[in-house]
Design a protein around this ligand. Structure first.
Ligand code: SF4
Length: 268
């Protein structure tokens, strides 16, 4: 029988941040922590608590470009206005298949020009497409942004939906964007926003059964064992680590603290 229910919980370390105390993973094991108890299953990768803790250590004091992205920041839903939410949504829509620095540059320019629902709808499709020409799939994205603006104006009174179902149904907004948007603008951490970094790390660390490129399948598999209380931090730590350390073409395997427990160490 599992030992979880009889073993005492460990005391939090002094000096930990409040959030880290609540979702502490450094000593997560089958012996302790109720939060993992409900999620532990045969598909839970054995290396994840240690790998996660190692990534936290390696990212201490490291600032990733991702942290400057508009959706990275957690906003107070009470203080955030509909216009700001629309801008964040547009930033996410621009970001698909596009480098962060390009996305940020284009988005900042749009904001300077007065990015809003009405502003978007006043532009012709080709005008908008031209203004976002530095992002990939600009023509498709211009169409999606205008369609989404129309829906938000007509159906949501100029605001954005606050739930996954309605957000993910907007043109050009899938689950990944919806989760990141809800987290940033409404303080909801209902699911993982699987970006290219999390996708790569999940595969390299053996956190998904098959080497998968399907972000939604990866999300479902990870969500089967990532404790719900950890989703907020998980959504932040792993992409940052992927951007700075376990990069697509130049992972730091030799110096990586995970190199003894990562099945891909030295093989990427
Ligand atoms: S692939 Fe290399 S850098 Fe990435 S987690 Fe594994 S050991 Fe670390």
């Amino acid at each position: 029988m599992p030992r979880k229910k009889t073993s005492p919980k460990k005391e939090p370390k002094s000096g930990d941040e409040p959030r880290e105390k609540k979702i502490k993973v450094s000593h997560v094991s089958v012996e302790d922590e109720d939060l993992t108890e409900s999620k532990e299953s045969s598909s839970t990768p054995k290396n994840w608590p240690a790998a996660y803790e190692n990534m936290k250590t390696m990212m201490e004091g490291v600032v990733a470009p991702l942290e400057s992205m508009p959706w990275y920041q957690a906003r107070d839903p009470e203080q955030t206005k509909p216009e700001e939410r629309f801008r964040i949504l547009v930033a996410l829509m621009l970001s698909s298949q596009t480098k962060d620095d390009q996305t940020l540059k284009v988005w900042n320019n749009l904001c300077k020009e007065g990015l809003s629902i009405d502003w978007v709808l006043e532009k012709s499709n080709s005008e908008l497409s031209d203004m976002i020409k530095s992002v990939n799939f600009r023509s498709k994205k211009a169409t999606y942004i205008q369609k989404t603006a129309t829906i938000l104006k007509e159906k949501y009174n100029g605001d954005t939906p606050d739930n996954l179902k309605e957000l993910a149904a907007l043109p050009g907004v899938g689950n990944k964007m919806a989760f990141l948007f809800l987290q940033s603008c409404y303080g909801k951490c209902d699911g993982l926003g699987v970006d290219v970094h999390l996708q790569r790390l999940a595969n390299r660390l053996g956190w998904v059964k098959k080497n998968s490129k399907d972000a939604d399948k990866i999300r479902i598999e990870l969500e089967s064992w990532v404790p719900k209380e950890m989703i907020f931090e998980f959504n932040r730590l792993i992409p940052r680590f992927g951007q700075m350390k376990c990069t697509a073409n130049n992972p730091i395997c030799d110096e990586c603290l995970n190199n003894k427990i990562c099945p891909s160490a030295g093989k990427c």
